[in-house]
Design a protein around this ligand. Structure first.
Ligand code: ATP
Length: 215
């Protein structure tokens, strides 16, 4: 019997972020991870108060709405309000535990993150426990180089970070080619009244201008 396409798919991807705002880089990463790892779906989890970043000036509800608009055309993408509702610091370990309860039938959870975030992973709450709950999917990012197997880095700061990064076995490094988009750059361009076309979905761009965000 030929198995149906969906029955061959294993596991779900979890993609957390500030998404301030969500951009095409995020969507490219999520779709490629889904396809390369043959995942059933990708759960986007916008954070409320990210523990390792300054609290965004744009509230969680706007960031959540923008993520909702961005993922709407993709049937494999879902949005979770779990961190937005929590209204306190969003520790990944707590989020993963809650998502594992919600998706109790799933066996494999893949946590997707950029190399910049991965290089700081030793500062995350209960990182060893988290590594027991998920597999990490680490996406290369321009300006950041290195992986824990070959130990190369572009700067001494990054070498230091890499040296401190735990050598987990359950890490898959994905090189999707350079994706030179960041939320920081988008916020800066809007402030400077420059174009942000083609950096983020049109419906998200329209939402930003309608609500006068980042001006
Ligand atoms: P900011 O510029 O405000 O720091 P960001 O563009 O990094 O934001 P986040 O919402 O913080 O966006 O990112 C969520 C996740 O996506 C993080 O793990 C981050 O490393 C990853 N990510 C975002 N943009 C890229 C990119 N261009 N290449 C690789 N990873 C990325």
């Amino acid at each position: 019997m030929v198995k149906s396409e969906s029955s061959k798919k294993t596991g779900v991807g979890i993609f957390g972020g500030t998404f301030n705002p969500i951009h095409l880089g995020h969507l490219i990463i999520a779709e490629n991870s889904r396809e390369k790892l043959n995942l059933k779906k990708i759960i986007f989890v916008p954070s409320c108060y990210p523990p390792h970043k300054k609290t965004p000036e744009i509230g969680a509800s706007h960031r959540y709405q923008m993520a909702k608009l961005a993922i709407s055309p993709n049937p494999y993408f879902v949005l979770s309000a779990i961190e937005v509702k929590r209204k306190n610091k969003s520790y990944t370990i707590d989020t993963i535990r809650a998502l594992k309860k919600l998706y109790s039938k799933e066996k494999n959870f893949y946590f997707i993150l950029g190399l910049d975030a991965y290089l700081a992973i030793n500062t995350w709450k209960d990182i060893e426990k988290l590594a027991g709950l998920v597999k990490f999917v680490v996406v290369k990012r321009p300006g950041y180089q290195g992986d824990t197997s070959c130990q190369v880095a572009t700067s001494s700061v990054q070498s230091g970070l890499l040296a401190m990064t735990p050598k987990f076995k359950n890490v898959k490094f994905l090189d999707l080619g350079p994706i030179g988009i960041s939320s920081t750059e988008i916020r800066k361009r809007i402030k400077e009244k420059k174009s942000v076309r083609y950096l983020l979905p049109k419906n998200v761009m329209d939402y930003i201008f309608q609500h006068h965000l980042y001006e």
